[in-house]
Design a protein around this ligand. Structure first.
Ligand SMILES: *Cc1c(COP(=O)(O)O)cnc(C)c1O
Length: 428
C-alpha cells in the first residue's frame, strides 16, 4: 500500500471519507447515542453494532415460526433443517476456506471444548500444549480443564509463551523456536489469532507449519481475527479454528459461533468427537437409528440443531460482509488504524503519556490499537466517554480502541483526535 500523507485536519478526514468506497456501509448500522449524539464507536472488538436489517431478518423467521410452526423445519425456501447452509459461503470467504470446512454452531468456548476433544489427544510424553501467556481467560480455563480431563496436571503440560523482557508482543521466531524445542512432546499449539489484549496478529501460517513439523496439531481462537484480519485457514493448513460472531461480525450479543475444520479431517473416523444428532448423516438423521455416522466436513462436528433466530441476525451481518468484501475492508482498515496511530503519535508523542503496544507493522495487527496510559489513568479515559467515545478500558492501564472499517469513518478518528488533544492538555 502506498504511504498516506496523514494530516490532523477535518478537511483531510473528509477527503478520505469521500474517497472511501465503503463509506455507505456506515448507514447500515445503528449507532448508540451518548448525550444526544451518535457515539464515536471504537468497541467493535467487544460488541459490534447492530445492522439495521437484523430486525427484518429475525422477523422473517418469527413469521415462519408463526405461520409454519413445526413444518418450518422442512418447508419454505429456508427450511430450518438446512438453514446453516446459508451462512457457509460468507463464512468460508471470511476465513479463507471451503464451504464444507466451516459451520456456524454453538458458542465460542463450547466449540473450543468440542474441538479440543478431537485435537488434543495427549499420548505418553506427547502431551504438551503451547499457548500465549495472558490468553483470554476462557481459553485458559478450557485448556486447563481439558488437561485435567485427561488426568494431567495443567501446570506441567501447558506451556505459556511470554514476550521478551521489555517487549509487549511475541516474536514469531521465538514461538517457532519453542515449538521446535518441545518437539515430540508437543501435542497441540492453541493460540489466539489476534491476541485480545495486545492486538498482535500472529503469523498463523508459520506457526502452523512449525507445529506440523514436530507432529503436533495447531488451532486458533479467532475471536479477534474473525472479520478483522485476512485469513487463509485452508491454505495455511491450520487444523481447526473457532470464533464468535458478536465482535467484528456484528451479529448480536452472545450470538452464534462457528468452527473451521481442515478438509483433511472431513471424513476422519479416527479423531475422537463428542457427537450429537445434528452431526449425524443428514439423509439418515430422522430414521432415528443407533450408530453415529458423521457428516462430511465441519458439519460432522455439529451436536445440536441450528439456532434459527441466532442465525437470522448472523446472516444480516454476513450479507454485509459479502457485499463489502474482505479485501476492501482490510485495505480501508489499514488506512483507518494507520490514521489513529498517526494522531496518537502526533498528539501524545513527546509527552509519552500514551504508548502503543500493538505492533507498528500493519501486517502484524488488525484494526485494534492497545495503548498504555502512563499519566492520568482512567480519569482521562472517562472524559472521552463523556464526549461520546466508546472504547474499552482494561486494568491496570490499558485502553483498546478499534476503529472498524465496516462502520467507522476517518472523521470519527479525527474527532477522537481533537478529544484526545483536549484531554491530554487538561490531565497530563
Ligand atoms: C471474546 C472472547 C471469548 C468469549 O468466549 P464466549 O464463549 O463467546 O463467551 C473467548 N476467547 C477469546 C479469545 C475472546 O476474545
Amino acid at each position: 500500500m502506498s504511504k498516506i500523507d496523514y494530516q490532523f485536519s477535518e478537511e483531510f478526514a473528509n477527503q478520505m471519507d469521500q474517497n472511501d468506497s465503503l463509506a455507505s456501509f456506515r448507514e447500515e448500522f445503528i449507532f448508540p447515542q451518548i448525550n444526544g449524539k451518535s457515539a464515536i464507536y471504537f468497541c467493535g472488538n467487544s460488541l459490534g453494532l447492530q445492522p439495521k436489517n437484523a430486525r427484518a431478518y429475525i422477523d422473517k423467521e418469527l413469521q415462519n415460526w408463526g405461520n409454519l410452526a413445526v413444518d418450518g423445519h422442512f418447508e419454505g425456501e429456508d427450511a430450518w433443517m438446512f438453514i446453516r447452509q446459508k451462512s457457509k459461503p460468507a463464512l468460508a470467504e471470511i476465513v479463507g476456506a471451503h464451504t464444507h470446512e466451516v459451520v456456524a454452531m454453538n458458542n465460542l468456548t463450547s466449540n473450543l471444548h468440542f474441538l479440543l476433544v478431537s485435537f488434543y489427544q495427549p499420548q505418553g510424553k506427547r502431551n504438551k500444549i503451547i499457548c500465549e501467556a495472558g490468553a483470554f481467560p476462557s481459553d485458559q480455563y478450557a485448556l486447563e480443564s481439558q488437561a485435567k480431563f485427561h488426568g494431567l496436571n495443567p501446570d506441567e503440560v501447558i506451556i505459556e509463551l511470554s514476550p521478551r523482557e521489555g517487549e509487549h508482543t511475541l516474536r514469531t521466531e521465538d514461538i517457532n523456536q519453542k515449538i521446535d524445542e518441545i518437539g515430540d512432546e508437543l501435542a497441540l499449539v492453541m493460540m489466539g489469532g489476534i491476541q485480545y489484549y495486545s492486538g498482535q496478529l500472529f503469523d498463523m501460517k508459520s506457526i502452523t507449519e512449525s507445529a506440523h513439523k514436530v507432529g503436533a496439531y495447531c488451532g486458533f481462537d479467532l475471536a479477534h481475527a474473525m472479520g478483522n484480519a485476512p485469513l487463509s485457514l485452508h491454505d495455511w493448513g491450520v487444523d481447526f479454528g473457532t470464533w464468535c460472531s458478536y465482535k467484528y461480525l456484528n451479529s448480536g450479543p452472545g450470538n452464534i459461533s462457528g468452527i473451521f475444520v481442515h478438509e483433511r479431517f472431513a471424513d476422519s473416523m479416527d479423531l475422537p468427537r463428542f457427537a450429537g444428532w445434528w452431526g449425524h448423516d443428514e439423509d439418515q438423521r430422522f430414521l432415528m437409528e443407533k450408530g453415529f455416522i458423521p457428516m462430511h466436513g465441519a458439519d460432522g462436528w455439529q451436536v445440536a440443531n441450528s439456532n434459527v433466530l441466532a442465525l437470522a441476525a448472523h446472516q444480516a451481518s454476513l450479507d454485509l460482509f459479502h457485499k463489502a468484501g474482505m479485501e476492501n475492508l482490510r485495505k480501508k482498515s489499514e488506512a483507518l488504524t494507520g490514521y489513529l496511530e498517526f494522531l496518537i503519535d502526533a498528539i501524545s508523542g513527546e509527552s509519552g503519556v500514551l504508548e502503543i503496544i500493538t505492533p507498528r507493522n500493519p501486517s502484524e495487527r488488525g484494526c485494534q490499537l492497545s495503548l498504555l496510559i502512563h499519566k492520568g489513568g482512567k480519569a482521562v479515559f472517562d472524559t472521552w466517554y463523556g464526549q461520546g467515545v466508546v472504547g474499552d478500558w482494561r486494568n491496570p492501564n490499558v485502553i483498546r480502541l478499534a476503529p472498524t472499517p465496516m462502520y467507522n469513518s476517518f472523521t470519527d478518528v479525527y474527532k477522537f483526535g481533537r478529544i484526545l488533544e483536549r484531554s491530554l492538555a487538561e490531565f497530563a
